[in-house]
Design a protein around this ligand. Sequence first.
Ligand SMILES: C[S@@+](CC[C@H](N)C(=O)[O-])C[C@H]1O[C@@H](n2cnc3c(N)ncnc32)[C@H](O)[C@@H]1O
Length: 443
Amino acid sequence: MNDQFLERMKSILADDYPQFLDSLERPFYKGVRLNPKKCEPEALVEMLRLTQPTPFYRYEYYNDSITGLNPFHCTGSLYLQEPSASSVVPLLGIQPNDLVLDLCAAPGSKSTQILDFLETGFLVSNEIHPKRAQVLLSNMERMGAVNFAVTNSDPKTIGSWFPACFDKVLVDAPCSGEGMIKKHEEVKEDWSLENIDHCASRQKEILPWAIKALKSGGELVYSTCAYAIEENEAIVAWILEHFPEMEQVEIHAGFGRKGVSVLGMDPSKVVRITPIEGGEGQFVAKFRKKGSDFGEPLFLKNQKLNKKEAAFFHELTRKTYPYILKKDEKIFGMDHPFIDFGKIKTLRQGVLMGEQKKGRIEPEHAFFLAADQKEGLISKVEIDEEEMDRFMHGEVLMKNAAKGYVALCFKQTPFGFGKSDGNRITNKLPKGLRFLPKSHLSI
Ligand SMILES: C[S@@+](CC[C@H](N)C(=O)[O-])C[C@H]1O[C@@H](n2cnc3c(N)ncnc32)[C@H](O)[C@@H]1O
């Protein structure tokens, strides 16, 4: 471990430093966060034999054995993450009808958790890197997102297009990642003061646009997984100095430790988590915007399904989306009005329900992933773990089912669909989501 890094940790942690040193020898914390919109958390806790809740979020448990191949992962009933990552979103105080912006969102651990808090509200989940934005979209769809958009843009473009529009903004900033030093070898190797300064400068480039996008009375949470004061408390002081409309807000966390004293900010209003507190490194600060800066997004004109489309989807589910958008032969649905994103690159807005193909409609994977069993999916087939494994590997299932498109469910939760001819179900899982062949895994 870099000596300079250790020296700095000693000065941050003082008497607790020996405990931190010990923690560097212990394995990286791993956790699993349950999705209350896709499962009954208590039942799943029992089925997965989860015994150790984390202190950070009511639906999160320590676990180091569940992998992305787990059937409940495929149904979107859970998300695998480092436990302290789940501490940030609950501190945003999201209300069910809020308009929320997650400005640096990929791969989506926080965006997918924001969905737990939203009902009629809407989440704009933005990621600057195109490939990471695709991963973000895939995670959002797996977790059943409905009222959301995934954009692939930079903070300036987002902030300029949506001035004072959001009730809540999250900046989970790109950082030196010191908190992940046990997991990622490159964090250890690339550690330098220059990199920390570079990250702090980038954080100062991002934050003004997050503040611009926030409406008065709205709240902004700033988080990093760094320990460096330059990326944490010093950034808080910088915000307060340069943006007089922003004030620090008390954080009622019940975990972690207070911050380090830096002139111009209140260290009791930030939270630090270290491995001593049961998770890897995390820093959280919260702000409120004063003044009377209020904007509103522009909305797109609502469209309607035509008779044929309405009849097609009525065969699949009794749930209807009140807001419809049709674009490039694709049909999208939401429970929230569609927002006008102008020229912002938007990978997805709402649920991709289906696509017109040569005069017929083909339903889409995301439509079934977003469908809630309780909302009346009609043709569904319950399959077991072994069948699911075969399906996830792209196989056809030999199984009796009603003819036509069928939702495939594991423990009653849809995870995909196929087309049945009565005793054979063709596989409609998008190729990019299929598991690698088993032969490949064993190499
Ligand atoms: C800490 S990660 C976000 C993790 C994510 N919030 C989650 O919980 O899964 C920071 C993200 O910021 C993105 N990023 C990098 N440079 C950026 C910039 N200049 N502006 C905005 N985002 C940036 C990175 O690609 C990365 O996905």
